[in-house]
Design a protein around this ligand. Structure first.
Ligand code: NAD
Length: 298
């Protein structure tokens, strides 16, 4: 059993840290907001800074929103880097820039420590169930050391390549998820406007080629009109920005990713930054002048 640091106990970090605690590891936790009571009751030590966490832990996990947040947690004043000593391991499980990640890893390596980028997919549901997909970049030896912790949080765990490759895989994942949400939204909107029951249409499609987790979970949210996150639109906008800026740098065209980003932008412009990303359907509904489930009127 290890002393494990966990920084960022939000929608995802909270259940992930809970699984590590239930697995018998000793937690040292830090956040800008109060730590969830169940972790404290379970014996987690609340630390005042990333430095404090790093001094007391062998493996330090970060799960914060964006690239600048990871930079602040690792290299800001009283950050993790100030508390590290040789041989410790930093594991960033946030979804952030693959390019910046390579720089972060070099700076951590220069302190005699190891770095893994290990973003996740599976959402709050997967985090609570301990069934996340974890996409890892780093060395085989470090991956092997951290794998028992990953096993407590995830079910499909892959070492993709060197540092940055885990984050690149996550960006690819987010392209597929955004475009599939868009496709499910268009399909259910079409069915609804044509006068079919969207719930029945979803049920009918679940067995065939169009079946997917997105049709199952996000399609359900679109029909039930429940857009509480889940995964916030502003986080998905961040991920698609990484895809689109990466495309520009690589000389690559991602036309439908650009469209999906515009639809998220429309949601944000209409007060939806914190809606679940299935709320993308609301931008399509505004274009259609029709809401899923509404009487088709013909
Ligand atoms: P969240 O906003 O719910 O939680 C982030 C936590 O980090 C918050 O508690 C916040 O206070 C804390 N934090 C931010 N800056 C900090 C700092 N400088 N020091 C200490 N704590 C700090 O976000 P989330 O939904 O848990 O997402 C976290 C990461 O996981 C993001 O990169 C997101 O893209 C990714 N992700 C989220 C989901 C999802 O469904 N929510 C799924 C897969 C991946």
């Amino acid at each position: 059993m290890a002393n494990v640091g966990f920084i960022g106990l939000g929608i995802m970090g909270r259940p992930m840290a809970g699984h590590l605690q239930a697995g018998g590891h000793t937690l040292f936790v830090h956040d800008l907001v109060p730590i969830p009571q169940e972790l404290v009751d379970g014996g987690a030590t609340v630390c005042g800074s990333g430095k404090d966490v790093a001094e007391r832990s062998e493996i330090i996990i970060t799960m914060v929103p964006d690239t600048p947040d990871v930079a602040a947690v690792l290299f800001g004043e009283n950050g993790v880097a100030e508390g590290l000593s040789a041989g410790k391991i930093v594991v960033d499980m946030s979804s952030i820039s693959p390019i910046e990640t390579k720089g972060f890893a070099e700076r951590i390596n220069a302190l005699g420590c190891e770095y893994l980028d290990a973003p996740v997919s599976g959402g709050e549901v997967g985090a609570k169930a301990g069934k996340l997909t974890i996409m890892v970049g780093g060395s085989q030896a470090t991956f092997d050391t951290v794998k028992p912790l990953f096993d407590l949080m995830g079910a499909n765990i892959t070492l993709v390549g060197g540092n940055g490759d885990g984050q690149t895989t996550k960006v690819a994942n987010q392209i597929i998820v955004a475009l599939t949400i868009e496709a499910v939204g268009e399909a259910l909107l079409f069915a609804s406007k044509a006068g079919a029951d969207p719930g029945k249409v979803r049920q009918a499609l679940m067995g065939g080629f169009a079946s997917s987790k997105i049709l199952e979970i996000h399609g359900e949210r679109m029909i039930a009109r429940t857009f509480d996150p889940g995964f916030r639109i502003n986080l998905h906008q961040k991920d698609l920005s990484l895809a689109l800026s990466g495309a520009r740098a690589l000389g690559l065209s991602l036309p439908n990713t650009a469209t999906a980003q515009q639809l998220f932008n429309s949601c944000a412009a209409n007060g939806g930054s914190a809606w679940d990303h299935s709320g993308m359907v609301k931008a399509l509904e505004m274009l259609a002048g029709h809401e899923i489930g509404q009487e088709s009127g013909g």
